[in-house]
Ligand binder design. Structure first.
Ligand code: ATP
Ligand code: MG
Length: 673
């Protein structure tokens, strides 16, 4: 006997998305493209990110498993938002999909294969400040004579190394092209590089660039792993491709393998990171490197009203080095032009922004739909003060990030050391919190620790204090030192395994850090609140290693997030630099400080030449194309400087170059009561 039995289509097919209705023809073609290389190149607000999002949905919808998709974005938050959107379109579990920045994906891969690149599991990620500290240590013990000729300081050394890594140009070329005045000490710089690299390995530390560099090397040197990941990532998608550097493009091309299942999207007119090594050629030469690549161009802008779009098109038209793209508006006009608003002073500018925000709120505009965008973080100061005065909530995405603050890093040092017993930096940082222990004693303690059995082997037998308390410390440090050692003990459970991060944070706070903060910081209570917030945030992680990686990635170059990531649910105005506003959009945008020397930035005007100026103009284009409905262009006509007194400000050339009939000039007067 036999029976016929029909297998019905799976649940996802029943939820089919109406791609035709949601996308225009070019977007649809890209979303449903056959496997193989493809490039979506289009202007701002034309739906590139939307296309990638629907592409992910389309692939999942057609039975591709989430873990076979790699989605690379400019920030981790962007990846999350795209995946949330996919999740809302499809009943598919997107958590298994690999999405995030190049750095976070690199980290994830390296964690699995640390030994293949000379690291041990549990390696620490250094941020810029850690990097500087480590370089200081290396420089001090290098025996290099840095007094003869001007020798770059650790920060500059870090910059040189980073540029060399990210551009693939090599130290010599970077020094000759970008730092010619250091040419006489090139030998010393090369020596420093080797010593620094060795020290990183020895202390089981990586810096940000290593997350890319070592991942690339891992794949170049280990064919088996490369093939494995090539097989896994059947579809690779990259947003904001115009701002990838050579290292990043090599990495994706290697992963895409000979089949080249790679879709990249970007806009050459929005390339704004060349100063950090971004290589516009990645996107411009894509069709040449992949001759079989399909190219999709979108010429409709869905974001902005025509009045804003016309101004944006005019702003970028002045640049020479670009593909001309005329974007047509999909939206209808509102009948009001972008506002040009000169103001007497920075404080008048701030007062204008605040008052206008309150009016917009009264008109029913949600504060989340309002952004203030500026060229440099310090431009936000008066505005921060004024918004505070007016009780307008705001979130700042520029400036010192939460995790870069000293007190957060102090607590993290304990956790990092508990996980990575070779981490000299973290060890030195935490022992130096003990009153009476200076850099000399700290270095001695490190030596003692390294010679002890505690530092050896995969796992430690016994607890930290078994080894550390045998070491000698200055008499006046003894009590707190003992407390510190016992605190370290508490970070591991009875089996020697790391505690979850929230438990660790609490142990450190209660064991030593509360006391330390009270004597060290005058704003102790505020910092305590920060740490409480960190504690809250960490509760979502059970694995401390993962938590620390997140922490490091968040404080790095490519992020935007804060521990109170529920800010999204809170209503607030966004204050952001133009660089960090990339890819985002708001109903109303205030572009402030549009004065010569501010935007375009003075330093770029002095050193950057024509290329620098073109990049500034692209940055201005990025700024104005963030606006959906309303755009305010403001600048102070006078600016008080401590040295020179009141200085007259000229409007930015980016405004002066615009036809005046594209803007409405607002004459703002102060009304005295
Ligand atoms: P940017 O260059 O700034 O990164 P983008 O090209 O990535 O912009 P998106 O952010 O994807 O553009 O889209 C801009 C806006 O237009 C979004 O609000 C998006 O939802 C909307 N949009 C894009 N395409 C369509 C469409 N076909 N129909 C309706 N709305 C669309
Ligand atoms: Mg985008």
């Amino acid at each position: 006997m036999s029976r016929d039995y029909d297998l019905q289509p799976s649940a996802s097919a029943a939820h089919r998305i109406d791609y035709r209705a949601e996308l225009n023809d070019q977007q649809f073609a890209a979303v449903t493209a056959p496997p193989g290389p493809s490039l979506v190149i289009a202007g701002a607000g034309s739906g590139k990110t939307r296309t990638l999002t629907y592409r992910v949905a389309y692939l999942l919808d057609n039975g591709i498993a989430p873990e076979n998709i790699l989605l690379l974005t400019f920030t981790n938050k962007a990846a999350r938002e795209m995946l949330d959107r996919v999740q809302s379109l499809l009943p598919v579990e997107t958590r298994r999909l690999w999405g995030g920045t190049f750095h976070s994906i690199g980290n994830r891969i390296l964690r699995h294969h640390a030994d293949r690149v000379g690291l041990r599991p549990g390696f620490s990620i250094m941020d810029r400040e850690d990097q500087k500290d480590l370089m200081d240590t290396v420089l001090a013990s290098s025996g290099l004579d840095t007094t003869q000729h001007r020798f770059p300081k650790p920060e500059v050394l870090g910059e040189i190394f980073s540029l060399a890594d990210n551009t693939g140009e090599g130290i010599k070329q970077v020094v000759h092209e970008r730092y010619p005045y250091f040419a006489p000490v090139l030998e010393g710089i090369l020596q420093m590089r080797a010593l620094y690299a060795a020290k990183k390995l020895e202390t089981n530390n990586v810096d940000f660039d290593d997350l890319l560099l070592l991942t690339l090397r891992l794949f170049q040197e280990h064919g088996d792993l490369c093939e494995r990941y090539q097989r896994q990532f059947q579809f690779i998608l990259v947003d904001e491709y115009q701002d990838t550097n050579t290292l990043q493009s090599e990495l994706v091309e290697l992963l895409a393998g000979p089949r080249g299942h790679l879709m990249v999207v970007g806009d050459d007119a929005q390339s704004i990171y060349s100063w950090r090594g971004a290589n516009l050629k990645n996107i411009l030469e894509f069709p040449r490197r992949f001759p079989q690549a399909k190219v999709y161009k979108i010429e409709v802008n869905y974001r902005s009203v025509p009045e804003v779009l016309t101004l944006a098109n005019a702003a970028i038209a002045v640049n020479h080095g670009q593909f001309t793209k005329a974007l047509r508006p999909a939206r209808k006009g509102r009948g009001t032009l972008p506002a040009l608003v000169p103001l007497d002073s920075p404080s008048a500018q701030a007062a204008f922004v605040a008052q206008r925000i309150l009016e917009l709120r009264d008109e029913g505009v949600n504060l989340n739909e309002i952004a203030v965008i500026y060229r440099a973080h310090f431009h936000s100061l008066e505005i921060q003060m004024e918004l505070t005065k007016c009780g307008i909530p705001f979130a700042i995405t520029s400036g010192l990030r939460f995790f870069e603050q000293a007190h957060v890093k102090d607590v993290a040092a304990f956790m990092k050391f508990a996980l990575n017993r070779s981490d000299e930096l973290s060890f030195i940082r935490l022992v130096r919190l003990v009153p009476g222990i200076g850099s000399m004693s700290a270095a001695r303690l490190w030596d003692g620790w390294m010679k002890s059995n505690g530092a050896r082997g995969e796992t430690m037998s016994g607890v930290f204090s078994d080894y550390l308390l045998k070491l000698k410390v200055p008499r006046k440090a003894e009590k707190v030192w003992a407390q510190t050692c016992y605190t370290l003990d508490e970070l591991l459970d009875a089996g020697g395994k790391p505690q979850p991060p929230a438990a660790m944070i609490r142990s450190v706070m209660e064991g030593v850090y509360e006391d330390y903060m009270q004597v060290k910081f005058k704003n102790y209570e505020q910092r305590q609140q920060d740490l409480e917030q960190l504690d809250n945030y960490s509760a979502r992680f059970s694995d401390t290693g993962e938590f620390l990686s997140q922490l490091a990635l968040v404080s790095g170059v490519d992020t935007d997030e804060r521990p109170d990531s529920d800010t999204q649910d809170r209503v607030s105005v966004t204050l952001t630099t133009a660089h960090q506003a990339k890819g985002l959009e708001w109903g109303a945008v205030f572009a402030v400080w549009l004065a010569e020397g501010m935007f375009p930035n003075k330093r770029v005007l002095e050193n950057g030449g024509e290329d620098g100026l073109e990049e500034e103009r692209r940055l201005f284009y990025v700024t104005v194309t963030r606006a959906k409905d309303e755009l305010y262009l403001t600048y102070p006509t006078m600016f008080f400087q401590a040295r020179d007194g009141n200085v007259l400000q000229r409007p930015s050339r980016f405004i002066a170059d615009l036809p005046s009939n594209l803007m409405e000039k607002w004459n703002v007067r102060s009304v005295f009561p």
